[in-house]
Design a protein around this ligand. Structure first.
Ligand code: GDP
Ligand code: MG
Length: 438
């Protein structure tokens, strides 16, 4: 997808404003990207409609291309739909606060139960009791007991022969008597949604009166995500969603679908099998992943922030006159450094992920060294590099802690850039302006 989006970028490059046609074309690609990321069709449609309304006629920041601007709008809308503010687990209720975990078999309920128990203990000093109500799979209760033991979280003693509702009742009583702050009920799932499962969940809910009912769903869930979330929400009523296996290749489209059909927040994200592999939901990260692209949004934001418009105008004026001295070079180097260096820049551009790997040996300190070289020159030398004869180069090298070769390299780079800039003539913004149209 990143290639396709890059394609749009190229097509939109150097066009003035966001026209209906530009946006329409970009939306076709975005729609395809969302479908590829397993977002449900209805959700895709309403999403692209919203973006279209927002984007047409939108002003384009001067240091980015229209294509990049569209992507930023798409991204912002995605973040908004995913829920821009973090919604942690709500513990504001009389103790013991009951959290009920629901979801299909294998979605990660038991693992997540232990993860949440650990997190509540570590971060909130909450005394937590875990109880498995999974009487369907023989080893399920034992699985939770072991996880509790490994992470020093109490688990409800196993009593053979009890029904899930009986266990729920016993768990809540034990929670009250044992002075627990939180009781987490790990329920049994099914391979698919069926009536007995829903009835069982409703019954457990009636007895335990959970303050939170968290739907645990695998990030790899495709188009089923909508049905899954809808059923559990309509029949049991969920208060939030936990998305597991975000460490896998799933694009996370399920998150958008589930959020859109239920309106319930995604509260947590599972990122591995270990007990500490649980993270707060970060809509921006999921949005980037759904779009399947480098973080071009960060690039647009940073370019907008860091780019000094006045400096750019001065530079443009100088370039028109064919002047680009070493002070200007140092300025450009500082701008590059601000943007996070080559690696940062490459990582932010779609389709550049592979090249970024090749830059692993690239030393970011190069910018510092180059700036130091310029700083070791006299103001006159900076304006007229041709003054730098061999003896002066040696002085500059010593002053900047580099070698004459490094000074030569810098001067050569400056010459090439000066030539390039002369050639670019009236194009504004120097390196950064160039970047905007990459
Ligand atoms: P349950 O049937 O819903 O209780 O699912 P389990 O908690 O037993 O999890 C099923 C499998 O998924 C186990 O092997 C877990 O280790 C694994 N699992 C759960 N959450 C995650 C996650 O966030 N990432 C990864 N990679 N594996 C997970
Ligand atoms: Mg389980």
């Amino acid at each position: 997808l990143s290639e396709r989006l890059s394609g749009i970028l190229d097509k939109l490059t150097r066009r003035g404003a966001l026209s209906e046609a530009d946006v329409g074309e970009a939306m076709r690609e975005v729609r395809r990207a969302l479908i590829e990321a397993d977002v449900a069709l209805d959700v895709v449609r309403s999403f692209t409609d919203k973006v279209r309304n927002r984007a047409v006629g939108h002003e384009v920041l001067r240091s980015v291309t229209p294509g990049q601007q569209v992507i930023k709008i798409v991204h912002d809308q995605l973040v908004e739909m995913l829920g821009s503010t973090a919604r942690p687990i709500d513990l504001e209720a009389p103790a013991p606060v009951c959290i009920m975990m629901v979801g299909l078999q294998g979605s990660g309920k038991t693992t997540t139960t232990a993860k949440i128990g650990k997190r509540l203990g570590d971060r909130h000093k909450a005394k937590t009791l875990l109880a498995s109500l999974d009487t369907r799979r023989p080893a399920a209760q034992e699985q939770l007991r072991v996880l509790g033991e490994q992470n020093s979280i109490d688990t409800l003693p196993i009593v053979v022969g009890q029904t899930p509702t009986q266990i729920a009742e016993r768990a809540m009583t034990a929670g009250r008597l044992g002075g627990y702050d939180v009781v987490i009920l790990d329920t049994a799932g099914r391979t698919h949604i069926d009536e007995p499962l829903m009835l069982e969940m409703a019954e457990i809910k009636k007895i335990s009166k959970p303050h939170e009912i968290l739907l645990v769903a695998d990030a790899l869930t495709g188009q089923d995500a909508v049905n899954l979330a809808k059923s559990f929400d309509q029949r049991v009523g969920i208060t939030g969603i936990v998305l597991t296996r975000m460490d896998g290749d799933g694009r996370g489209g399920a998150a958008l679908s589930m959020r859109a059909v239920t309106g319930k927040p995604i509260k947590l994200v599972g990122t591995g099998e270990k007990a500490d592999a649980l993270e707060d939901f970060d809509p921006a990260r999921i949005a980037g992943r759904i779009l399947g692209m480098g973080d071009i949004v960060a690039l647009v934001e940073r370019a907008a922030q860091d780019f000094d418009a006045k400096k750019a105008a001065d530079m443009a004026a100088k370039m028109k006159k064919g002047q680009f001295d070493l002070d200007d070079l140092a300025d450009q180097l500082r701008q590059m450094k601000k943007l996070g260096g080559m690696k940062g820049i490459m990582g932010m551009l779609p389709g550049m992920g592979k090249m970024k790997g090749q830059l692993d040996g690239f030393d970011e300190k190069v910018f510092d060294r180059q700036i130091a070289i310029v700083q070791s020159m006299t103001p006159k030398e900076r304006r007229k590099p041709e003054l730098l004869a061999a003896s002066r180069k040696r002085r500059v090298a010593t002053g900047s802690g580099t070698r004459v070769e490094d000074v030569n390299k810098l001067l050569k780079m400056h010459r090439q850039m000066a030539d390039m800039m002369k050639a670019m003539g009236k194009k504004k913004g120097g390196l950064l302006g160039g970047l905007g149209s990459m």
